[in-house]
Write a protein that binds this ligand. Sequence first.
Ligand SMILES: C[S@@+](CC[C@H](N)C(=O)[O-])C[C@H]1O[C@@H](n2cnc3c(N)ncnc32)[C@H](O)[C@@H]1O
Length: 289
Amino acid sequence: MNYEHAFHAGNPADVLKHSALTLLLLELTRRQDPLHYLETHAGSGLYTLDDPTGEWTQGIGKLASKSARRKLPELIPYLDFLPWNDGVLGEYPGSPLIAEACLREEDTVELWELKASAEQHLRGLFPKGKGRVSVHGGDGYEAVHRTKIPEGTRLVVHLDPPFEKVDEWDTILHTLVKATRKRPSAVFMLWYPVKEGPPHAGRPEELRSRLEAQKVPGVAVELTSTGGMLAPRTDVPKVRGALLGSGLLFVGAPHRAIAKLGSVLPELARSLARSEHGQAWQARWFGWL
Ligand SMILES: C[S@@+](CC[C@H](N)C(=O)[O-])C[C@H]1O[C@@H](n2cnc3c(N)ncnc32)[C@H](O)[C@@H]1O
């Protein structure tokens, strides 16, 4: 396992994912029923932004100005949660901290991380006994099937795999097809990279049609930028295809959360698109059933 999220923390993919997560959870907490938030791939939780040329400069670094708040009012809760210091971010919180900040006293949080060092770091952020958050070392996909929630509690599953294994999409497909059948009232949010060629191309479409075939409605959005979301690096060998953008797939998400995401996307995309490509960006929506 070589994946190191610290390298990517705060990049355009993180910004889109964490913006959507905030909109989703804040909408779900408007309802009465308690939530159980399960994150399958939690990461280490908090990342130092000490590389002045890091990927975060192409993501959250572009939303540092006061005008970002003015242009993206729906994202103020997300932006306000970040530990700004005079418009500068020394650290970037991962989704476990962002989710915890959105949730209420009565909600619970179950975090899974496979990599021992990342799990240990995460545990340090949520010391044992700190109430409603539990941290687990192990496979997050399995946890989706095994987790037990009290009656009347709504399960919210966030899947954010690193996509470093060639069969990652097979596991995602298997997990979501099975879990949506077993837990029809749960809410699911999956982040995925938009890339050309194998092992990515065609897989989101396959997942959508498998869900449609078993009558599980959902919606997905892919945000891409001309020439790729991230400037190509010249200092590291190219392993796989360039990241054209990010995809988010939702099952069971409230319409208002999706509508809010739709309303922020144009401005968010404009802010994140690479200027050397004339700010060109594209948002593609997919809905089924
Ligand atoms: C994209 S990062 C997670 C970032 C985090 N969700 C966030 O937004 O802050 C993916 C993480 O998944 C972990 N991982 C890889 N395979 C896993 C698995 N099967 N179960 C749980 N964690 C896994 C990696 O070690 C890595 O820390």
